[in-house]
Design a protein around this ligand. Structure first.
Ligand code: GAP
Length: 500
């Protein structure tokens, strides 16, 4: 299974077949950019959010939580700069009616022996250079041009000169003349609040959870539980009208974010705080089962920084479709609090008792998408191997995030004593953990079904359990090792595995 496309397809199929993720509105043919999380998916997703909340809120003294509304006063988005700046460059193909993000559409002039003989265009992916070269060679052959093809330098469409727009072929038709110049497209979804449907009633679905935190800064400070430096954490839905949603749940139009705004004094060394958060986030990913070897850092070049940022480093993950952003860690300075103070007229500042001075704190923002963590975990955990000569699909999810922590099996379903004991253990475990009960089919098949959905432990009640009081067997999904333990020991064992 070396082909990464196959791996993604296998994962998408598994997600649908076993109830992790469904295309949204499936019965109506799906709805591009939206997904529904099924019975197993919602468990994995909740476990990710719970682990994050435990580690960044409950287990720290300096971060508190928040759950703001999704729709804010519309002026929030004027002040934050989203109405003016939260745009992607959009390009239309007038002939095919296809739409592209200009920064994902790449082109190059094709030059043979010093002469430009035409242009090629490709959509951004790992193989775009090779594809563009093949197209250039094809063009040279078609036009029967002699001489060496000059090396192709791909640029994205935002860098095309106005006179080049008419010469670059549309990726949909392969012909030039139908692409429009790029134009700014605001990615916020609009809606109306109240009975009127006019400009005065326009509101926006939040494109990030962050602004809900900034506009609540004063409320949180006034409740008196925090001391600088401190953070406010929020987990919740965000919405972006992405031009080109793609790669399954990686880039969707409705997703969930886990964000922290960590406030520091303006005199504090922001670079050190920023670096500290990058390292803290890397360590957290490792702790939930995303290997360090698949993570890398991408510091944004200064000229490409978002409108609010003094410095941003993305934590990248090696997805099957390429190395892509998993998390952004941005140093937002005092941009947001200053903007909201100025626009609202409410002072969003901090009084430093020692210095008897007021100032607007600066902020470091680690921001990560739940859905991307979900996908990173699934692509790390997905394996195909062989057990006792039989192929199996196994999700090696760590117990902390796995949908079911264990499955309980009576060895045989037609022996009431085995079934009774297994059901009793299942009921007991279910009070503390999400566990599954299965009595159908042979035991090997039952193990295989659980391996495929990532259940780390299989607990079997056999004749020794009831006749010799010899405990139950606990089978490890990854090592396949089976150990005997008493039912009390099983409770302690699972608690250790799940809660650490
Ligand atoms: N408040 C800062 C902010 O929203 P961002 O880099 O635009 O920054 C943060 O988004 C994270 O949210 C990303 O690193 C990614 O994990 C997730 N994310 C962003 N857009 C997404 C999308 N369309 N689909 C899924 N996740 C997305």
């Amino acid at each position: 299974m070396a082909d990464p496309t196959d791996k993604m397809e296998n994962i998408i199929n598994l997600c649908k077949r076993r109830g992790f993720v469904f295309p949204s509105s499936d019965i109506y043919g799906g709805f591009n950019g939206f997904f529904d999380y099924g019975p197993l998916g919602v468990e994995l997703k909740n476990n990710i959010k719970q682990a994050w909340w435990q580690d960044f809120v409950h287990r720290r003294d300096d971060i508190v939580g928040l759950d703001s509304s999704i729709i804010h006063h519309p002026t929030t988005w004027k002040a934050s700069g989203h109405i003016d700046n939260f745009t992607d460059p959009l390009v239309d193909c007038k002939e095919s009616k296809m739409r592209y993000r200009a920064d994902q559409l790449f082109f190059a002039p094709v030059r043979v022996a010093g002469e430009t003989i035409g242009y090629v265009s490709v959509l951004e992916d790992e193989t775009m250079q090779a594809k563009a070269e093949e197209m250039a060679n094809e063009l040279k052959r078609k036009l029967a041009k002699q001489g060496a093809l000059e090396p192709l330098t791909l640029k994205d469409y935002t860098e095309a000169k106005p006179e080049e727009h008419a010469l670059i072929p549309s990726p949909a038709t392969g012909k030039p003349g139908s692409l429009t110049p790029p134009r700014s497209f605001n990615m916020m979804f609009q809606t109306y609040v109240g009975a009127m449907q006019d400009a005065s009633a326009t509101a926006y679905l939040r494109p990030e959870t962050a602004q809900g935190i900034f506009i609540n800064f004063k409320n949180v400070v006034d409740t008196g539980r925090v001391k600088l430096p401190f953070g406010i954490a929020q987990v919740g839905k965000a919405f972006r009208n992405e031009i080109n949603p793609r790669n399954f749940i990686f880039r969707s139009r409705e997703f969930e974010q886990m964000e922290i705004e960590y406030f520091i004094a303006p005199s504090a060394d922001w670079q050190t705080a920023h670096q500290g958060w990058i390292e803290g986030c890397l360590a957290w990913f490792e702790s939930i089962g995303i290997p360090r070897a698949k993570l890398s850092l991408y510091p944004h070049p200064t000229e490409k920084l978002a409108h609010y940022s003094k410095g941003t480093t993305d934590i990248m993950f090696e997805f099957p479709f390429g190395v892509q952003e998993l998390q952004g860690v941005a140093a937002r300075g005092d941009f947001d609090l200053t903007q909201h103070s100025d626009v609202s007229g409410t002072k969003l500042d901090w009084f430093d008792e020692a210095a008897k001075a007021r100032f607007i704190p600066h902020v470091i923002e680690p921001s990560v998408g739940v859905d991307r963590v979900f996908l990173a975990l699934l692509t790390t955990a997905y394996h195909e191997d062989e057990v006792e000569g039989e192929k199996r699909v196994v999700l090696r999810l760590p117990a902390r995030v796995a949908p079911f922590k264990a499955a309980v099996f009576p060895l045989l379903k037609n022996k009431p004593a085995l079934v009774e004991r297994a059901e009793a253990l299942y009921r007991r475990l279910k009070k503390r953990f999400n566990v599954f009960y299965d009595e159908s089919g042979n035991i090997g098949r039952r193990y295989r079904r659980q391996d495929e959905i990532g259940t780390p432990f299989g607990i079997t009640i056999d004749f020794d359990t009831i006749e010799k009081d010899a405990g139950v067997t606990v089978r490890n999904r990854d090592t396949l090792e089976q150990v005997r333990m008493t039912e009390d020991e099983v409770v302690r064992f699972l608690d250790e595995q799940v809660n650490g």
